[in-house]
Design a protein around this ligand. Structure first.
Ligand code: UDP
Length: 257
């Protein structure tokens, strides 16, 4: 029997053929699948599979704020709850939300708030519940991306979508979209997010060491990756409305007969 030990990292993060351990080229994203309208009881929802990450987001609002003292008389508030399921990682994750989950919830909220018109919803809240059921590096980016999609699915007015992706450095090379093992064993990890209405980064975190010229290159790589993921978000939204239209046409046809 082979025992997997979480803290054992490979010595090399690139194979002899120059590819990464999961077979990707340096600037290649992991496979990404997205779907909206996946949770019946939410005002809006979305699901993302990004490599081995599997994440749901549900949106509720605008609705009454609980507890009431959090309500603001002149604007709405956005509350984000990022949670990792106990079974989502190799080591059992403690069920109570830890400091990391609170920090990531805050980051996601800061990324999304600029695209909302909260000033139009005084005394109310929008809430986003994010459940990571399988985690493998980059969950804050995948969560931000899927949460923006769930907001759009809920019909919440938005200045634009928000898209997020990490870039970084592993084994001496700059790479796009770090997996869990690359995140832990690599030299640097830079999660980024963009608000498309003004083309501004609403997230730029940095963990590790890179030079200034590498940072500039990383930002170019991030922009390429964000463009690709944005078009996947738009496709996921379009698919929902194409399906509604097809269902309506089929129903119309059935009635005419
Ligand atoms: N992780 C874990 N246990 C934890 C927290 C994180 O195994 O309690 C793993 C998980 O796969 C996560 C990765 O470590 O995706 C990187 O975590 P990080 O805090 O860098 O956030 P992320 O990259 O997911 O945004």
């Amino acid at each position: 029997m082979t025992l997997l030990i979480q803290d054992e990292y490979p010595e090399k993060l690139f194979r002899d053929d120059g590819k990464r351990l999961d077979g990707r080229d340096p600037f290649e994203l992991r496979p990404i699948k997205m779907e909206v309208d996946v949770i019946k009881n939410a005002d809006g929802s979305a699901y993302i599979e990004w490599g081995n990450n599997k994440i749901f987001a549900s949106v509720y609002g605008p609705r009454e704020v609980h507890p009431h003292h959090l309500a603001k008389p002149d604007r709405g508030i956005l509350r984000v709850f990022y949670r990792m399921a106990t079974f989502s990682v190799f080591d059992r994750k403690r069920p109570a939300p830890g400091r990391r989950e609170k920090e990531i919830s805050m980051i996601i909220s800061d990324c999304l708030e600029p695209v909302l018109f909260l000033e139009l919803y005084p005394g109310t809240s929008f809430e986003i519940f994010i459940e990571v059921v399988d985690a493998d590096g980059g969950t804050r980016c995948a969560s931000t991306t899927v949460a923006a999609l769930a907001l759009a699915d809920a019909g919440v007015p938005m200045r634009s979508l928000v898209t997020s992706c990490a870039v970084g450095k592993i084994g001496g090379q700059l790479v796009t979209d770090l997996s869990g093992i690359e995140d832990k064993a690599g030299e640097a990890d830079l999660p980024t997010a963009i608000t498309w209405f003004n083309d501004e980064l609403s997230l730029l975190q940095f963990d590790g060491q890179i030079s200034q010229s590498e940072l500039e290159k990383c930002l170019d790589m991030a922009k390429d990756a964000l463009d690709k993921i944005y078009s996947m978000q738009l496709d996921a939204l379009k698919r929902k409305y194409i399906k509604i239209q097809e269902d309506a046409e089929n129903q119309g046809g059935a009635t005419e007969e």
